[in-house]
Design a protein around this ligand. Structure first.
Ligand SMILES: [Zn+2]
Length: 499
């Protein structure tokens, strides 16, 4: 039975975010236990992450695993050289000293930008490849939001990405990576690869695979993979738009037993995706208008207002207050909002205790040019420490936002937290004593992942135009280094380098 070395190093880098991602940020606990080493990885086979799915699939197949380490951090600014070098060195050294292995699996994201490296994953794969030689299978799983550069394709035997957004197939993707490794080992071959790059950036709030056209595009991907003779694996990365790098943009990658089959498969899916370009526009609603529309909906089920641009999952601060201010100004009598990342206010509420009334400057502290929202609040509920996720994406994992408080301003309740993460699970509200389905308006700071757990309870979903570093307005981002000619959104203007 084969012996496979496994490791992970995942980061989605927003190159416009001011805060660099340090080594200490790779001790993520908000959604998964980063910093796992050795057998700890094998002790977490149910982890809702690709590596968890890989471990389970490899065990079922009777393979032996050599676990090295697994790191992830919340999306933010560029990964520091210190963090990058330390973690890559741990992975490379671990593989070099793991004893004889037949293959290597890496759990990567695909949109990491590190100090000195536009394509962080290309450099990780290059260094691992240098240690294992040109022929050993080296397969990496990727997020659907990977910006895949040529260096990644050249150094990996195969790359395989999620097919859902919200990402409910992270474990399945790990299992697919295992299948590809077994195909390589069983056939003794390396698959031929064919790549197509689409000519437009896809704003992420238009990428949901719970809506069209992404739903049909990924269904077509699976059809091609299942029905085209010779095709081993298909990957379609819709890309991560907040990266001022030449490899920003969507990619279709086909792996097949022969180059002709790979080309045909990649071409077919790329043409389909290109034919839907117009669906990948921007179209957000100002908060006051969104609230008016929400209040016109029939009562009974909540209306979800998605604060799509203040998404910590895209590297935003999760502390802007545009929607909160609009709710209070509109005197909405029943709205709840999560997560406002504000350690100072969360701690002040804990010092004051449940039932206390105090004046706080909420949020608005981390983005240049913003200011806190001053309000008299009632501390309704306090929470601290770990809690279990219940939604389809993270079920099986524990979350931890540190100190959390539910604060009420008239009819508006805000979940403030020490931790910074996107609101993709109803557990974040319940942890603070709120049951989302019982409220009129539910505001989530998330671009798309919230749909997995919230779409089912929603009367309607409205995407709101409020400020945040996870901007959907790609035409307004200060890009300088994109691939010339790429359109900034579906049907949008083409990027021209200055000067
Ligand atoms: Zn993603």
């Amino acid at each position: 039975m084969p012996r496979i070395a496994i490791a992970g190093f995942a980061h989605e880098t927003n190159t416009f975010a001011p805060t660099p991602t340090e080594l200490s940020d790779f001790q993520l606990t908000t959604t998964a236990p980063s910093g796992m080493r050795g057998d700890t990885i094998l002790a977490n086979p149910d982890l809702a992450m690709p590596i968890g799915g890989f471990v389970s699939a490899a065990r079922d197949a009777g393979d032996t695993l050599a676990p090295i380490c697994w790191y992830a951090a919340e999306p933010a600014g560029i990964v520091t050289a210190h963090a990058f070098e330390r973690i890559v060195a741990e992975i490379v050294h671990g593989i070099a000293t793991a004893g004889p292995v037949d293959a290597v699996y890496l759990d990567l994201h695909g949109a990491m930008v590190a100090s000195g490296y536009d394509d962080g994953e290309a450099e990780i794969l290059r260094r691992v490849r240098a240690v294992i030689g040109p022929d050993m299978p080296l397969v990496a799983s990727l997020d659907l939001h990977a910006n895949v550069g040529d260096g990644m394709i050249a150094n990996a035997t195969a790359l395989v990405a999620y097919r859902t957004y919200p990402h409910v197939d992270m474990r399945a993707t790990g299992a697919r990576a295992h299948q590809i490794i077994r195909w390589c080992l069983d056939t003794g071959r390396r698959p031929a690869v064919s790549v197509r790059r689409l000519d437009f950036i896809m704003p992420p709030h238009r990428q949901s695979t719970m809506t069209e056209p992404a739903r049909s595009l990924y269904a077509e991907l699976e059809t091609i993979e299942a029905q085209s003779p010779g095709v081993v694996s298909m990957t379609f990365n819709m890309g991560f738009h907040l990266a001022d790098i030449p490899m920003n943009g969507p990619t279709v990658i086909a792996y097949a037993a022969d180059a002709t089959s790979a080309d045909a498969a990649a071409e077919r899916l790329a043409r389909s995706a290109a034919s839907h370009e117009k669906a990948f526009g921007i179209g957000l609603m100002p908060p006051a208008e969104a609230i008016r529309l929400a209040l016109q909906q029939p009562p009974g089920k909540p209306v979800i207002l998605a604060d799509v641009q203040d998404n910590a999952g895209g590297g935003a601060t999760s502390d802007t207050v545009g929607v909160l201010e609009a709710l209070v100004a509109a005197k909405v009598d029943d709205a709840i909002l999560a997560i406002l990342h504000d350690p100072e206010s969360a701690r002040a509420a804990h010092r004051a205790g449940e039932g206390a009334r105090l004046r706080l400057g909420l949020g608005g502290k981390l983005m240049a040019g913003h200011r806190p929202f001053e309000a008299d609040v009632v501390v309704e509920k306090l929470a601290d420490g770990p809690f279990a996720f219940t939604g389809p994406m993270m079920r099986g994992n524990m979350g931890n936002l540190g100190k959390v408080a539910c604060l009420r301003i008239d009819g508006v309740r805000v979940v403030v937290a020490e931790g910074r993460t996107q609101c993709l699970d109803q557990a974040y509200f319940r942890h603070a004593g709120l049951e989302p389905s019982r409220h009129r308006i539910v505001v989530v700071k998330s671009t798309n992942h919230y749909r997995a757990d919230f779409a089912g309870i929603a009367e309607r979903i409205i995407e709101v135009d409020s400020p945040g570093l996870s901007s959907m307005n790609t035409a307004a981002l200060p890009f300088t280094r994109l691939r010339p000619g790429i359109r900034l959104f579906g049907g949008g203007p083409a990027f021209k380098p200055r000067g």
